[in-house]
Write a protein that binds this ligand. Sequence first.
Ligand SMILES: Cc1ncc(COP(=O)(O)O)c(C=O)c1O
Length: 376
Amino acid sequence: MCFSKEIIPKELWDNTMKATYKREWTHQAIKKIDADFNRSSDTHLIKLDLPSCHGIDLYFKDETTHPTGSLKHRLARSLFLYGLCNGWISQDTTIIESSSGSTAISEAYFARLLGLKFIAVVPRTTAREKLAQIEFYGGECHLVDPKDIYDESERLAAELNGHYMDQFTFAERATDWRGNNNIAQSIFDQMALEPHPDPEWVVASAGTGGTSATIGRFIRYEKSCCSDTKLCIVDPENSVFYDYYNTGDKQITSSIGSRIEGIGRPRVEPSFIPSVVDRMIQIPDAASIAAVHLLEELLGRKCGASTGTNLCGAFHLMSEMKGRGEKGSIVTLICDSGERYLDTYYNDNWLKEKGLNTAPHLAKLRQFLVSGTFDI
Ligand SMILES: Cc1ncc(COP(=O)(O)O)c(C=O)c1O
């Protein structure tokens, strides 16, 4: 279409120019995100040898190597692209997000890439290191009671005429679950040359439920691999996902927040899709923390406690497979690094203060390394 300033009214001309400018800005923003992706490399798949489970191979998808250090880098990229292509984000939009920290770090990174103001609405209990990283990327932290993160984000977005990203609603639909280098496709591509390329189980945990939805849909959709793979979601104490999965009651809430940062929610989040989950296991918080302490000995590095939740689930399923005399593989995730949690999960005083006794769990986990038998 060709417009000429002389023959159309000024207001229509101005609106047309604004829309053209907005579209051009959106294209440039998407180009910047694509270029950032092009500069980044895929995350590694690490194999851990456990002699007590000979013939059952355990792999970790190491999501800590994303530029912002967690699996939330993938989600933040998808949410920005979704918001841009829906016309919700333009050159002067303030971005607001409710988060337990990891998503906010990654979104602050992308907001800075696009030159946008970013405000994270986070629980007061969020690890200090995470708050520092949000601020490092130019974001602002707005600390509230854990139960208030949703309402406060909506309120701020209305007050500032900004855009509330709302990861808890949009995570499951912003990611292309059919492929496009999502986490599931990347895992199965990297498994291709392994002795058991189609894992028996993928074990993950849920914050938004987005990772779970992506993997669960992919293993149903993709016929060339993983058609027999099942998805196990592990859930911490004080989270409602496990009870929701078993009862179907969407109204369940918990008044106590999860102590495993990043996973476990006090309400059923819209992005958690139970129909793509083949099994759920509930993991005591002290066991998750004991598991990352053990993992440090096995991998030589610290991981966040949600990785420990995943590890407990993986050991449980390996033990069951061993009991049935089965061979095969299991894949789980390293979600973020333990360096973010030196004040908490790696601090004996904090553990004592919270009444978390890791010793009996550590003993059981160590026993698994010898016997291959483990019951959570
Ligand atoms: C450290 C960590 N682990 C796991 C998850 C779970 O990911 P998802 O939101 O895709 O369910 C999150 C989510 O915030 C997280 O921060």
